[in-house]
Unconditional design. Structure first.
Ligand SMILES: Nc1ncnc2c1ncn2[C@@H]1O[C@H](COP(=O)(O)OP(=O)(O)OP(=O)(O)O)[C@@H](O)[C@H]1O
Length: 344
């Protein structure tokens, strides 16, 4: 009997090709579309239109799973609250753990699927995640908080293929392919159409001018409201009499002040992390760490004690923000990750 694979279908080219490839490989494929937002602007109808075309072409069944309440609670509210608290969120990491490889995986298992496949660019052998071959598309950073129990059920068929092959496969989808590729490229964060402040504005007054402080606490300028800034930002505030660029080093939501300093004040050598998700048992090890998506990997030493991690960097990093994720790598293998609490 053919093994069943549930494919998370977004209506985009990557997940459509994922479904097609798995069918060609001989799996019984079913699709599932997650309704993640309560949008009423035709967004879901449009995506479901693309999915219907692909499903008809492949002759597969697809489901619609409404996870909007769970998504609001676990991803959207966390996103808004983080900015209110002066930290920088990573909603895709939360979504992968709780929604896509939490609730969607549960749904796949309940429907008799042996695997859940998505169009993510990453690899897994059931025990670890690895970077995708195409490093410019790699999404292993965003997957590193997924519970290790989920890994044996995950499949990422795109990760071993070149983009040209994916396009070739896509073209075979014919009419469905043409419609999918007519739509805009998907955004970085699925619920942010423009900039993050447009979302925060719906929940808080973000335009509250305040004082810019130097590292000694002296008032040196003005800003537009602390929620407009993230660590490392260098524009949108004034610093009287400054000749060199100044960067945001700290946000103080309590008194709506921001602290700025020169480039060297962004330098950090030690990072404390919490809520770790580790794929190895070691409590002390050497590896490399990414402190932001797309940042370069920095060699480091890690010590884990009482569910907290202490990272000593071998070379300084700049502009590390509380709330972002530190992801550990050994070459292409993801060893685990934790949320950044402090950096100094
Ligand atoms: N609303 C959704 N419902 C079901 N699965 C989804 C949904 N959104 C994303 N996914 C799955 O997660 C994968 C990665 O999501 P991401 O938003 O990074 O994809 P993408 O590169 O835009 O992919 P696609 O071209 O398939 O839209 C998708 O390829 C798809 O398999």
């Amino acid at each position: 009997m053919k093994k069943k694979v549930m494919v998370g279908m977004s209506g985009g080219i990557d997940s459509s090709v994922t479904a097609y490839m798995l069918q060609e490989e001989g799996y019984e494929v079913e699709g599932v579309y997650l309704k993640l937002h309560n949008r009423t602007d035709g967004y879901h109808e449009r995506n479901l239109g693309y999915i219907k075309d692909v499903a008809e072409f492949l002759g597969i069944k697809y489901h619609v799973l409404d996870l909007s309440d769970e998504f609001t609670q676990k991803v959207y509210d966390y996103f808004v609250d983080s900015y209110l608290e002066g930290s920088t969120p990573n909603p895709c990491v939360k979504c992968n753990r709780q929604i896509k490889f939490g609730a969607m995986l549960k749904f796949a298992k309940e429907h008799g699927a042996s695997y859940l496949a998505t169009g993510h660019y990453a690899k897994t052998d059931g025990k670890f995640f690895y970077e995708a071959d195409d490093k410019t598309k790699d999404q292993s950073y965003f997957l590193s908080q997924v519970e290790k129990e989920a890994l044996p059920f995950m499949m990422f068929p795109l990760s071993t293929h070149k983009k040209e092959e994916i396009i070739k496969f896509g073209e075979k989808l014919d009419k469905a392919y043409k419609r999918i590729t007519e739509k805009n490229e998907s955004q970085e964060i699925c619920f942010v159409d423009t900039v993050y402040t447009d979302i925060i504005k719906k929940h808080a007054n973000i335009d509250m001018p305040g004082k810019v402080l130097d590292e000694q606490g002296n008032v040196v300028g003005e800003h537009k409201g602390y929620m407009h800034y993230t660590i490392g930002k260098r524009r949108g505030f004034t610093v009287h009499g400054a000749h060199e660029p100044h960067f945001v080093t700290k946000l103080n939501p309590k008194d709506n002040t921001i602290v700025v300093g020169k480039k060297e004040s962004l330098e950090i050598n030690n990072v404390e992390i919490e809520n770790l998700n580790m794929f190895i048992e070691d409590k002390e090890f050497d590896c490399t760490v990414k402190l932001r998506y797309r940042s370069k990997s920095t060699p480091c030493h890690v010590k884990i004690e009482n569910d907290k991690g202490y990272i000593t960097l071998e070379e300084p990093a700049f502009g590390v923000a509380a709330g972002q994720l530190a992801v550990f790598y050994k070459d292409e293998k993801v060893l685990g990750s934790g949320w950044i609490k402090n950096a100094k």
